[in-house]
Design a protein. Structure first.
Length: 261
């Protein structure tokens, strides 16, 4: 199914935000469809992470609308946006490094616990049965990202690449409709990036989740994304397939033509 014919999941329309008189994002619009894998690129300071912060409720837009499956996201706190179906990873890895790999994933189930406070307090049969289900589900997620052999390792002991994978698994545990990946390839070597590309594509195909990824590595983003959006100085300057973006004069001038972009 093509993105154009698939169900629209996330829509931003004319979203803007300013900080101290500086317009960080100006009239930004995007429409993401079910199971789409889309890239968001642009120079440093273009506003890419600011867009993620707007979508996830870290920042409140000055104007514009944001909708997830028809639900208005504007004004919702981050935890409610996560509950609605949006999960993210960060440029700087944010794991509980003193907890195990498995425990890091289990933490993400707290908003969707399939039992009540009384069951948890009294440690009922329902509690133990549901905890077992959550553990099995978490182990399946770890298997998807290639960490099935590391559940009892401390998160802080993992390699940088494996910590990136764990952060993705933890985001998936919230059962998102939309997964936002903020520079998942940062700090990885070429081999690790190739493996991560496979993981991201596998996640989209297996979970039918919509993915929006920020990434500076053009081989990475061009290799997995079906559609790419380009930001420059907070404004959307181009949108299209990887081939269209690579040959777009505005993009070449603003971004692709810059060395070490």
């Amino acid at each position: 199914m093509s993105a154009s014919s698939a169900k629209e999941v996330l829509k931003l329309n004319d979203v803007s935000v300013s900080f101290g008189g500086l317009k960080a994002v100006s009239q930004f619009g995007i429409s993401l469809h079910e199971s789409e894998l889309c890239g968001l690129i642009g120079p440093n300071g273009a506003g890419k992470t600011t867009v993620f912060n707007l979508i996830t409720g870290v920042y409140l837009p000055d104007s514009g609308t944001m909708d997830l499956d028809g639900q208005n996201l504007c004004g919702l706190p981050p935890h409610e946006i996560t509950k609605a179906g949006i999960a993210r990873t960060f440029q700087n890895i944010r794991l509980y490094k003193e907890l195990t790999v498995l425990e890091n994933v289990l933490v993400s189930y707290h908003m969707r616990k399939p039992y009540g406070y009384v069951d948890a307090l009294l440690r009922t049969r329902q509690y133990y049965a549901k905890e077992h289900e959550l553990k099995e589900h978490a182990l399946r997620l770890l298997s998807v990202v290639g960490l099935k052999n590391n559940p009892d390792d401390f998160a802080g002991s993992l390699s940088y690449g494996d910590q990136r994978r764990l952060e993705i698994a933890r985001a998936l545990a919230t059962s998102p409709k939309v997964l936002l990946l903020d520079e998942p390839g940062a700090g990885l070597n070429s081999g690790e990036k190739v493996e991560l590309m496979k993981v991201v594509s596998k996640i989209r195909d297996q979970f039918k989740v919509t993915i929006l990824v920020i990434e500076h590595d053009m081989k990475f983003v061009m290799g997995i994304c079906e559609r790419i959006l380009v930001l420059d100085h907070g404004e959307l300057i181009a949108e299209g397939t990887p081939k269209q973006i690579q040959s777009n004069p505005k993009v070449i001038e603003a971004y692709l033509g810059v060395a070490d972009a």
